[in-house]
Ligand binder design. Structure first.
Ligand code: COA
Length: 388
């Protein structure tokens, strides 16, 4: 296997982007990443694009070819492939690109992630997202993702004594980070009081415990590490890549508070990187709901199972804490355009490892981890990156 480097990053603003089309969003993120990397169009061997449900959100399928076309590369006939794994689609695209370079098939690959969710109404967006849950056992009975994560939250409270206040503290922290991120959907700090008293969505989760419905796109340029210096001297290496799967429905799992797909993906990535959780300087984790961040920091091994809520209360996960989590604002404040999220998480880690995160910069950040989940945990992907 060859080492793989990330040599370029690109991001659009996340939010309700009425003046942008699906095509213009991916072209913006992709061209930013290509410009950042120093490559030319002739250097690109392949493209991998993560998008969860473009067919239902904007009526457009056949995304691989569309993205190559929108990027101006149709005349080069580059292999362009769309990858889907619900909200983990973006990081699955990264992993496919990574594997294609590590195996020696490609040298330079462009990765894109995109979703434009606001072109449909709220109930249609919720219904579309719910297609990633188990149709027969969950969605058919009216279970949406807020409802499924609410069940996880209730169980976590019952088993481990996690409180509504601890859930709220995740949102407060992530909004404080997102307020420092120019690309975030909600660039505003919020108080504990606002989160605790927000309108209920699915008990115990309120409006401010939920990631929003978002439009946005992110892109990366990956390159064989041995060739990265031909283009740039500010590259970051991918030193671990892991992926796991699990039952689509929650009821099939032995413990709904543990995402075994995350545990498995993390184990793979740590083993490849020859690192332990204690070696990680910062992480972007999948906080689609506040409880998801608490489960994630436990399942990734940063704290013991059951201690996630207490860790947040003790400020272990703040920007200047022992293990800063979601310095970008996370899905909660930065936004969650589902197919773009996994790619955008890695954009944040690369900015941090290059020392370019401005007011969000974590001091002495050398090793960063990105964790992306599909559905309620049926797919999980973990990447570990090392700065120079
Ligand atoms: N965080 C912070 N503020 C939010 C927000 C969020 N998640 N969602 C909406 N808001 C704000 C809006 O900006 C708006 O403020 P304004 O009145 O000042 O403009 C207000 O709250 C109401 O927004 P609205 O869009 O009407 O909310 P909604 O009730 O239609 O949707 C949710 C709110 C939480 C139901 C929706 O965002 C949602 O379904 N989120 C979950 C998405 C999801 O499941 N993703 C996949 C995860 S696996």
């Amino acid at each position: 296997m060859r080492d793989v480097a990330i040599i370029g990053i690109g991001l659009t603003k996340f939010g309700e982007l009425w003046d942008q089309s699906f095509r213009s969003l991916i072209a913006e993120a992709g061209s930013k990443a290509i410009l950042d990397s120093g490559i030319g169009g002739k250097d690109i061997d392949a493209m991998y694009i993560g998008s969860m449900s473009s067919g239902r959100f904007v009526g457009q399928e056949h995304i691989g070819a569309l993205v190559a076309d929108a990027s101006g590369f149709s005349h080069r006939h580059i292999p362009a492939t769309r990858v889907e794994g619900a909200c983990a689609s973006g990081s699955l695209a990264v992993r496919q690109g990574y594997l294609s370079i590590a195996s020696g098939i490609n040298d330079v690959v462009v990765i894109g992630g995109i979703e434009k969710m606001n072109d449909v109404g709220g109930s249609q967006a919720t219904e579309t997202l719910a297609t990633a849950a188990d149709q027969e056992w969950e969605a058919f009975f009216g279970a949406t993702f807020p409802a499924l994560y609410a069940m996880i939250a209730k169980r976590h409270m019952h088993e481990h004594g996690t409180t509504k206040k601890q859930l709220a503290e995740v949102a407060v922290k992530n909004h404080a980070n997102g307020a420092k991120n120019p690309y975030a959907q909600y660039r505003k700090e919020i108080s504990l009081d606002i989160v605790m008293n927000a309108s209920p969505v699915a008990e115990p989760l309120g409006l401010m415990d939920c990631s929003p419905v978002s439009d946005g796109s992110a892109a990366l340029v990956l390159c064989a590490a041995e060739k990265a210096k031909n283009y740039t001297d500010k590259f970051v290496k991918i030193i671990g890549s892991g992926q796991g799967s699990d039952t689509l429905a929650l009821h099939g799992r032995k413990d709904i508070c543990t995402l075994d797909a995350t545990v498995h993906a993390a184990k793979m990535a740590y083993k490849q990187a020859k690192l332990d959780p204690k070696d990680i300087d910062l992480a972007e984790v999948h906080d689609c709901f506040t409880i998801a961040e608490i489960c994630a920091i436990e399942d990734l091994g940063f704290v013991k199972k059951g201690d996630g809520g207490k860790a947040v209360s003790k400020n272990i996960t703040t920007l200047d804490g022992k293990i800063p989590i979601n310095t970008s604002g996370g899905l909660k404040s930065k936004g969650h355009p589902v197919g773009a999220t996994g790619v955008a998480q890695i954009v944040e880690i690369v900015e941090q490892l290059r020392g370019e995160a401005d007011k969000r910069q974590v001091r002495d950040a050398k090793i960063g981890l990105a964790h992306n989940v599909g559905g309620s945990g049926a797919t999980a992907v973990v990447h570990i990156m090392e700065g120079r």
